[in-house]
Design a protein around this ligand. Structure first.
Ligand code: R2B
Ligand code: URA
Length: 282
C-alpha cells in the first residue's frame, strides 16, 4: 500500500511522517482496508447503512435521496449536547444570581427519542440517566471524575403533568430520561457512520432502558438536572418525542409535523408560566 498523505504543510523535521488516516498508517494501525478512496472521498464502514434506501440526516435537514449531497457541501453549526448547554446554563445561573432573580425556575424544552410511547408524546423527566446507566452527571474535573446526582424536582413535575393532562391532543408521561453523549452509537442507533453492535444488541439495550423506567433519550438531562440542583434551583426537562426508538432510528416525520410537535412542551410550559403569574399577582 502506498502512502497517500496529502500534506497541507510541508514536513518539518521532527513532525509525524504520516497523517493518521494515511493508507499505509491505517493498515498498520487497524489491519483493515483503508476507508479512504484514491480520489480523497471515503467510505462509511457501517454495513447497516446499505439497507437504507434513503438516509435522513436529521440535524442537517436533508437526505441522500432528494438532495445532491456531493454538490451541497457547506458550513454547519450545531449547539447540541451537554458541553454547549452547560456553558450557557452556568452563565445563566450566575446571571440569575447577580440579577437577584427570586425563585427562578429553569425549564429545558426540546426534542427526544421516545421509548415505547407514541411519537409526539411529551416526557417530563424525573431523572437523567447517563451513558453508563447511572443517575448522575459525571464530569472530569482536574483529572478525576466528579459525580453529580441528576434528579429533577418531583413536585414541579407533578404540577406540570397536571397541566399537561388537560391537553387532549397528545399524551404526557413522567419518566426517566437517558442523556447520551452522542446521537448515534451513544443512543444505540444503527444508522451512524460507525456501528460495532448488532440489531439485537440494540433492541436488548433499549428494552433494558424501558425496564429501568426510561421513557426518552436526549442529550442534556443529566447535566441540566445536576447543575440546576447543585445551584439550588428548581428545574424541569420537558421534551416531545419525535420517534419511537423501539421502532426506528431515523427521524422521518415531515418538517411541519415536527414543528407542530415541538410546540407541545411550549404549550405546557406556557400554561405553567400563566399559573405562576396568577399566583404571584394574587
Ligand atoms: C435532543 O435533540 C438534540 C439532538 O437531536 C439534542 O440537543 C437533544 O438533547
Ligand atoms: N434527539 C435525540 O437526542 N434523540 C432522538 O432520537 C431524537 C431527538
Amino acid at each position: 500500500m502506498e502512502c497517500d498523505c496529502d500534506y497541507i504543510l510541508p514536513t518539518i523535521d521532527g513532525w509525524e511522517e504520516h497523517y493518521q488516516n494515511c493508507s499505509t498508517r491505517w493498515l498498520k494501525d487497524h489491519g483493515t482496508e483503508p476507508l479512504k478512496n484514491s480520489d480523497g472521498t471515503f467510505r462509511l464502514r457501517n454495513k447497516h447503512l446499505t439497507r437504507l434506501t434513503r438516509d435522513v440526516l436529521y440535524h442537517l435537514g436533508f437526505d441522500n435521496e432528494h438532495y445532491d449531497l456531493p454538490a451541497m457541501f457547506g458550513d454547519v453549526k450545531h449547539g447540541m449536547g451537554i458541553p454547549s448547554m452547560t456553558i450557557l446554563l452556568q452563565e445563566v445561573i450566575k446571571l440569575l444570581s447577580y440579577a437577584k432573580a427570586r425563585d427562578p425556575i429553569i425549564i429545558r424544552i426540546g426534542t427526544s427519542g421516545g421509548l415505547n410511547i407514541p411519537p409526539g408524546s411529551v416526557v417530563i423527566s424525573s431523572w437523567g440517566l447517563n451513558g453508563t446507566l447511572k443517575k448522575s452527571y459525571d464530569i472530569p474535573v482536574m483529572g478525576k471524575i466528579m459525580e453529580i446526582p441528576s434528579i429533577f424536582d418531583k413536585r414541579l413535575n407533578q404540577e406540570l403533568l397536571h397541566l399537561a393532562s388537560e391537553e387532549k391532543g397528545f399524551s404526557t408521561f413522567i419518566g426517566g430520561t437517558m442523556a447520551a453523549d452522542d446521537f448515534y452509537q451513544g443512543q444505540a442507533r444503527l444508522d451512524g457512520p460507525f456501528c460495532d453492535y448488532t440489531e439485537s444488541d440494540k433492541v436488548s439495550f433499549l428494552k433494558a432502558l424501558v425496564e429501568l423506567g426510561v421513557k426518552n433519550i436526549e442529550m442534556e438531562a443529566t447535566a441540566f438536572a445536576a447543575f440546576t440542583r447543585e445551584a439550588g434551583l428548581r428545574s424541569a426537562d420537558v421534551c416531545v418525542t419525535v420517534i419511537n426508538r423501539l421502532e426506528q432510528d431515523q427521524v422521518t416525520p415531515s418538517k411541519s409535523v415536527l414543528l407542530e410537535w415541538q410546540e407541545r412542551p411550549m404549550v405546557i410550559i406556557g400554561k405553567y408560566i400563566s399559573k405562576y403569574y396568577e399566583r404571584i399577582n394574587k
